[in-house]
Design a protein around this ligand. Structure first.
Ligand SMILES: Cc1cc2nc3c(=O)[nH]c(=O)nc-3n(C[C@H](O)[C@H](O)[C@H](O)COP(=O)(O)O)c2cc1C
Length: 213
């Protein structure tokens, strides 16, 4: 039996969503679910209009990455003072968490050689990059120790600070949580700086710009 479910475009056969084992029917006039023929699609639901559905496993890690990459983000550079000196990393896992108290978070990956230093850091700064700072994003994705850059200053806890970013949050580590192959670092914001300008975005593996108007 067909049964309408939320959200509108869902075509999932998911007892958790429908409350029984019926296949959900998209509530969009004219659309009937069609099975997905793509390789790797588990065919468990009524995927339609070229939709590709799968349960994440080792075989489809690439497809999972691609799906996650469809969430557009801004781009940040996180910096800290490490045993080896100033350290930076490009990160798009940044999120605001709480206004009162002022908390933000980001997620260093265990795959990174910089993981230990960033999870151990007592202080760090998160720099929200502007549209003109794609080179800086590429720079700190490649190399965390190269601070041969103009206008580097020092902030709370000797943290290296980059100039000309849209926003900068100087933080003290508030909490550290496990997050699968990442850790979740929550920072208490001690100081904030802002500049005007368009933002640097990251979507489907490519950089772009987000203007205010
Ligand atoms: C747009 C973008 C976002 C990234 N976001 C994160 C992130 O949130 N967390 C993380 O650990 N690495 C992230 N990375 C990867 C790191 O910047 C860096 O490339 C990686 O740590 C390289 O590994 P290494 O530290 O061993 O050299 C991102 C890279 C790019 C280009």
């Amino acid at each position: 039996m067909w049964r309408a479910c939320k959200p509108l475009y869902s075509g999932h056969k998911n007892p958790a969503k429908t409350g029984n084992n019926d296949t959900c029917r998209p509530r969009v006039a004219g659309y009937l679910p069609r099975r997905c023929n793509r390789q790797g699609c588990d065919g468990m639901d009524g995927s339609f209009m070229g939709e590709h559905s799968f349960s994440p496993d080792a075989e489809n890690a690439r497809a999972l990455r691609d799906a996650l990459g469809r969430f557009a983000t801004g781009v940040t550079v996180v910096t800290t003072q490490s045993d080896q000196g100033p350290l930076g990393i490009t990160a798009n896992s940044f999120a605001s968490l709480s206004l009162d108290p002022a908390l933000v978070l980001w997620a260093p990956g265990k795959f990174s050689r910089r993981f230990e230093a960033f999870t151990a850091a007592e202080h760090f700064a998160i720099h929200v990059l502007g549209a003109e700072q794609m080179d800086l994003a590429r720079h700190f994705a490649r190399d965390g120790l190269d601070f041969d850059l103009p206008n580097i200053t020092k902030g709370v806890g000797d943290t290296p600070l980059l100039a000309g970013c849209l926003a900068r949050f100087e933080c003290r580590r508030h909490a550290l949580y496990p997050g699968g192959d990442h850790a979740i670092v929550v920072g208490e914001v001690l100081r904030v700086s802002t500049n005007e300008g368009a933002g640097l975005s990251f979507f489907a593996g490519s950089y772009g710009a987000i203007a205010t108007d």
